[in-house]
Design a protein around this ligand. Structure first.
Ligand code: ARG
Length: 568
């Protein structure tokens, strides 16, 4: 598609002594549509030219020739406001739509480069909680966004399946395994065992010693311990899999922490060889005081490795295995320090700078219930599977109430219920704490997933009633030259840019907000214009616009990991 910004930047560049990229990056979108399509702030030139921005603007304006791209230039204050030739612009956008259809907005700027995305990553034998939901949903969306831009994505579920807690679980199971039905309800039951053994450890030092021995045995490959660990892991994963199925999220690798158990020695050796491991209260640590951080613990005083060491081994492995262009990690902001530390220590390993300078932690905020923060101790932790199912049930009730004869109710309730939860999760800046409120997320008129789906369904039903998708040759671009339609066309034009921005900032919310904007703009258009039953040319043009909007909504939703129902 034509980059109109580039055309304008070139024109200005021909006149002034400022390089094109610089001009390009300074071009703004005016706050109001009647102020034009792009604006160039001439302040950036006033220092060099020693003239007022207003005068510079006038001078540039006089020298730029209008052409098929640009129909008008106005000077407002120190700004040069550019008005695109609307008809030519509309024609370009819709021709691109007709050419790319369901691939509209895609690109190959990624050029097949490898992007490793570490997301979801729940812990074995512990609940999959709402924090893991955020990681799953945001990571999945980033995966899809990068893929759409032509990158090769590798989605990794870095399962928490290693550490001293498994020595405890094994001990608890050895003692009371037959009292708990872990096959039926693995995570709940294993959690109970874990709490019970922990309490016993507090009372009796020797039990704690047994637990430590179990983990040592597990690390040494003892058959009994390894088999039990495998069983805990399989049962837990089966439970997680139910959630991934509901969300339709998949991974390319489930190499979790245990996978690195035999790969950590290398990390220790390198740090040791470089003299970077220092003793501190019996533990081996890397001093990070120069970087203004507390030390990174590599080996605990009892000789066992840490979460950090496993992450360091994982960085080395991923660099070699995937030759990544970027490695992105999604966890809550509680782990900001952890990632800062390991990214620093990674620079001390024998890794190419192209890897260590492309490690990215994209943190996100916590989830709060309307009634306050979730806490394990207060019993206000919500189990994710229950929450997803509750959303589906609530949507089912709404459908029963509003549209009881709808076909395929179950499937649609699932798409809308799950979509609502995902959308709610992606509608804000990652770092913002999220409030979980059913009334807000399931409001069909709000800035929500169901609203976006509802507008999409509307476009579908218009197309169905029309019975055809018009050929692009039958579209009269001039008929779309009015404020409401032009706003939609401009949004459609900026779709790819929106996707690129979301990728650059690791912020799916940029797409989510865009989609609401597009849905609302279409709703206005729909209220103002009759689409079907008009003179043929008018109908063709409006139906085509309807098709284009529906198409972008569907692609955008899929980049968020949300499915669109055909009816609702
Ligand atoms: N299992 C961790 C947790 O639940 C998240 C792991 C994130 N990924 C990583 N490579 N550290 O908090």
């Amino acid at each position: 598609m034509i980059d109109f910004k580039e055309i304008i930047a070139k024109k200005i560049n021909n006149i002034v002594n400022l390089d094109e990229t610089n001009i390009y990056n300074n071009l703004e979108i005016p706050p109001k549509q009647d102020m034009g399509d792009y604006a160039f702030p001439c302040f950036v030139l006033s220092k060099e030219l020693k003239k007022s921005p207003q005068i510079i603007a006038e001078e540039i304006k006089d020298k730029i020739e209008l052409d098929k791209n640009i129909s008008e230039i106005k000077v407002v204050g120190g700004y040069l406001n550019f008005y695109l030739n609307k008809e030519y612009f509309i024609k370009n956008v819709l021709n691109e739509m007709a050419e790319k259809n369901e691939n509209y907005g895609s690109s190959n700027i990624g050029n097949g480069k490898n992007i490793v995305i570490d997301y979801s990553s729940p812990n074995i034998a512990k609940p999959f909680h709402i924090g893991h939901l955020r990681s799953t949903v945001i990571g999945n969306s980033i995966y899809k966004i990068y893929k759409y831009l032509g990158y090769n994505c590798i989605g990794i579920n870095h399962i928490g399946d290693w550490g001293t807690q498994f020595g405890k679980l094994i001990e608890g199971y050895k003692r009371w395994g037959n009292e708990y039905n872990i096959e039926e309800n693995p995570i709940d039951e294993l959690t109970k065992i874990y709490i019970r053994i922990n309490n016993l450890c507090k009372e009796d030092e020797s039990v704690l010693e047994d637990c430590r021995n179990n983990f040592k045995k597990l690390e040494d490959g003892d058959e009994y311990c390894v088999n039990l660990w495998k069983k805990f892991k399989e049962l837990s994963l089966k439970e997680f899999e139910r959630i991934y199925d509901l969300l339709d999220v998949h991974f390319d690798s489930y190499n979790g922490e245990a996978f690195y158990s035999d790969k950590m020695q290398e990390v220790v050796d390198i740090l040791e060889r470089k003299g970077l491991l220092v003793e501190s209260e019996g533990a081996k640590v890397v001093d990070l005081s120069e970087q203004g951080m507390i030390p990174c613990i590599i080996e605990k005083s009892n000789g066992s490795t840490t979460y950090a060491t496993r992450d360091l081994a994982a960085i080395m492995y991923r660099a070699r295995e995937y030759d990544f262009n970027k490695a992105i990690y999604l966890t809550s902001y509680e782990q900001i320090l952890h990632f800062k530390q390991i990214f620093e220590v990674a620079k001390m390993l024998d890794l190419d700078e192209k890897y260590t300078s492309n490690l990215i932690h994209a943190p996100f905020g916590m989830v709060q219930l309307k009634t306050g923060k979730m806490s394990t101790r207060e019993g206000t932790i919500v189990k994710l599977e229950d929450l997803l199912n509750e959303s589906i049930t609530r949507v089912k009730a709404i459908i029963e109430n509003k549209n009881p004869n709808l076909e395929n109710k179950e499937e649609i309730a699932k798409q809308v219920g799950i979509g609502a939860v995902i959308f709610n999760d992606l509608y804000n800046n990652r770092i913002k704490d999220e409030v979980f409120d059913w009334d807000i997320m399931l409001n069909f008129n709000g800035e929500t997933g169901p609203y976006m789906q509802y507008i999409y369904v509307r476009t579908k039903s218009i197309l169905e009633k029309a019975g055809y998708i018009p050929k692009i040759e039958d579209v009269d671009f001039d008929l779309l030259n009015n404020d409401t339609a032009y706003k939609i066309i401009k949004l459609i034009y900026s779709f790819q840019d929106t996707i690129i921005q979301a990728a650059e900032k690791y912020e799916p919310y940029i797409i989510a907000r865009y989609l609401i904007n597009l849905a609302q703009s279409f709703s206005t258009f729909y209220n103002e214009n009759k689409i079907l039953g008009e003179e043929k040319k008018v109908q063709d043009t409006r139906v085509y616009l309807t098709y284009a909007v529906g198409n972008v909504l569907k692609i955008g939703a899929s980049l968020l990991g949300i499915k669109m129902p055909d009816r609702m």
